[in-house]
Design a protein around this ligand. Structure first.
Ligand code: GCB
Length: 631
């Protein structure tokens, strides 16, 4: 099937020389094609398609020297090291004493996917490297149409094999990818083997140094997706200027060109029909019907939408709303609003999170934001979160900031790193363009201003706008501090600001700086006056249950609560401030946080502990948002 025509705007990626798209520093000897938005099926909204969920028990086996990818002279691994071979190891070795296997996935221990291996066994807690997974599954007895193996996410570099044959690889730990397997499936049992390498390098995105747990593994579902022979590979349905609902779709398959397509929104009595062009693309729009209820936090209305073409039916549940910037206002459905938010990592509540975000886990976290904090906004930091989370945000009415892990210090001058980041951003946007909750695409977090970085991020900003002209673009920036002033004077001097719709600043005065908390409200913020500003982060650690009312030592609940009071008083004095997502809802795992009294491997800036216990500052922010919500 022709897969390269998918995105007019992304032909540039497809056209890049293969060397620029290479997945990692140690390319596999077995030639595995790299899946990118230009080469792979997109299967937009695949989580709602027919298929078989391959979650559940899988065998696993570590491979710290990557022997399953290459021999010790860099040659093709021999049969005894090929994790994906279909050998019956025990039988072959028992039958012939010249046979040697040093792996046997089919008899290796069993884990439950999706999950990270970090929580599987104590000896795996700090394992970063290659892990192999394997299981068998029965192919549907009566097969028709097309089949795809789709992974919601695997962290970080992934190698996929079916029935002993290589099918493809992918780079990036937080976005979905898929391979067609129609011709490879066979009757009865099929064997799938997946290698996942979590090792970050100086050229990966994110780089090795971050402030969160690098959860290696297959952390989102693996699905065998079924479609008709010609199917809707990508569709984007949204409200556009002029009060119209627009749809862009792309068919794939033998009948993709010049084919009839019908979009239905039954509840609104909308029927839109048309035909695809020679490339299998369909574009149409229709006046907004009377009676459309716009998606908003107070009423997160979603509509069932279908696109039918031949035997294929694409479905989604979609909300309709507009988001724009007017001067320094953020405007939702024509009305300015204040974003009452909080930041979140993709980590479920509990003592031993494994980054398996079930719908229940997502609702528990988002419920704390909406009902606990009186919030309307969530920053899904620092990478694209599970589609389970963005769907839950759609349903619960939370406005979302979505971002890619271009964090701190990536290899700005490396073209492969840029290609990786561009592909990640594209995979993220193409997965989630139908989510009404998402209002802001963020391209980076706390990155140092240099010419190479400015050019890297400008490319990402331009990509985001080309892929989606209905949302706002931002990045979490740093500010410069005037060292000579007696009170905090903060100036935004980042040239990227000019490229963004929303300015966003992370600030930790009073936590990482020696400022007295009482000095915070008098801080001066010198920021461009013509754009909305949000505080994308501020925060202080507190260990739940540690109290020190008298001295307010750092890590006490009292210090964190007072830090919030003073920082919120500071925020109230910034004329263009239009929202905030303090750092962070829940304490989260971070290997860089090793204070034995307070942290024990956790970043303690949560307003709730890892088990969900509310700290005093939770109430401070909840009260503030309750007051803000009435204005
Ligand atoms: C930041 C980072 C965030 C950290 C946080 C902290 O500025 O963006 O990833 O976790 O500070 O706790 O220091």
């Amino acid at each position: 099937m022709e897969r390269r025509t998918l995105l007019g705007s992304f032909v540039a990626l497809a056209a890049m020389p293969a060397t620029l798209l290479k997945a990692q520093e140690r390319p596999p000897v077995v030639p595995l094609p790299l899946a990118t938005v230009a080469t792979q099926p997109l299967l937009t909204s695949a989580d709602l398609r027919d298929g078989t969920d391959l979650s559940g028990p899988w065998h696993y086996s570590i491979d710290p020297f990557r022997s399953g990818l290459a021999g010790f002279h860099g040659e093709m691994p021999d049969r005894g090291q090929q994790r994906y071979s279909e050998a019956d190891v025990r039988r072959e070795m028992a039958a012939d004493n010249r046979v040697l296997y040093e792996v046997d996935l089919a008899h290796s221990p069993i884990t439950t996917l999706p999950s990270s291996w970090l929580t599987e066994a104590p000896e795996l807690r700090y394992y970063q490297g290659l892990m192999w997974y394997q299981r068998t599954f029965p192919a549907p007895a009566q097969r028709s149409g097309r089949y795809f193996i789709r992974l919601g996410a695997a962290n970080y570099a992934t190698y996929v094999y079916l029935n002993g044959k290589p099918i493809g690889r992918h780079e990036g730990g937080f976005t979905p990818f898929a391979f067609e397997v129609t011709q490879l499936l066979r009757d009865g049992d099929n064997q799938i083997t997946i290698g996942v390498d979590s090792q970050a390098t100086d050229t990966t995105v994110p780089p090795p140094v971050t402030d969160w747990e690098n959860y290696g593994g297959i952390t989102r579902p693996v699905q065998l997706v079924h479609t008709a022979a010609t199917y809707v590979d990508d569709a984007w349905v949204r409200l556009i200027r002029g009060n119209r609902i627009a749809v862009d779709a792309k068919l794939d398959g033998p009948d993709a060109a010049n084919h009839a397509v019908t979009m239905l929104i039954p509840e609104l009595h909308v029927t839109l029909t048309g035909r695809t062009d020679a490339q299998g693309r369909f574009r149409g729009d229709i006046a907004v019907p009377r009676g459309l209820r716009r998606w908003a936090p107070e009423m997160p209305k979603l509509y069932d939408v279908t696109l039918t073409t031949g035997d294929d039916v694409w479905r989604d549940r979609i909300g309709f709303r507009t988001i724009e910037v007017r001067g320094s206002d953020i405007v939702l459905n024509g009305r300015p609003l204040f974003l009452r938010g909080i930041s979140l990592h993709e980590e479920e509540i509990g003592t031993d999170p494994t980054r398996a975000m079930t719908p229940a886990a997502a609702r528990l976290l988002l419920g704390e934001v909406r009902d606990g904090l009186n919030g309307n906004f969530v920053r899904l930091a620092h990478y694209p979160h599970s589609e389970v989370m963005t769907r839950a945000a759609d349903e619960l009415g939370l406005i979302v900031w979505s971002e890619v892990p271009v964090y701190w210090r990536v290899a700005w001058s490396n073209p492969e790193t840029l290609a990786t980041a561009r592909n990640m951003l594209a995979e993220n946007i193409l997965r989630d363009r139908n989510r009404a909750s998402i209002a802001i695409w963020s391209v980076a977090n706390e990155t140092p201003v240099t010419p190479a970085r400015n050019s890297f991020l400008t490319t990402l900003v331009d990509d985001a706008r080309r892929l989606d002209d209905t949302r706002l673009v931002s990045a979490a920036l740093l500010v410069e501090r005037d060292r000579n002033s007696t009170h905090p004077v903060m100036t935004m001097a980042d040239p990227l600001a000019a490229k963004l719709d929303v300015l966003a600043i992370n600030t930790y005065n009073g936590w990482y700086s020696p400022d007295r908390l009482t000095d915070l409200p008098s801080s001066e913020w010198r920021v461009p006056a013509d754009k909305p500003l949000i505080f994308s982060e501020f925060g202080a650690d507190a260990k739940a249950g540690f109290h020190d009312a008298a001295h307010m030592q750092k890590f006490s609940e009292e210090y964190q609560a007072e830090y919030y009071r003073q920082t919120l008083a500071m925020a109230d004095r910034i004329p263009t401030l239009r929202g905030m997502s303090p750092w962070i809802l829940k304490d989260f795992r971070s290997p860089r946080r090793q204070n034995p009294d307070f942290q024990q491997g956790w970043n303690r800036k949560g307003l709730i502990s890892e088990t969900g216990q509310h700290k005093e500052a939770f109430g401070v922010l909840a009260d503030y948002y309750a007051r803000r919500g009435q204005r």
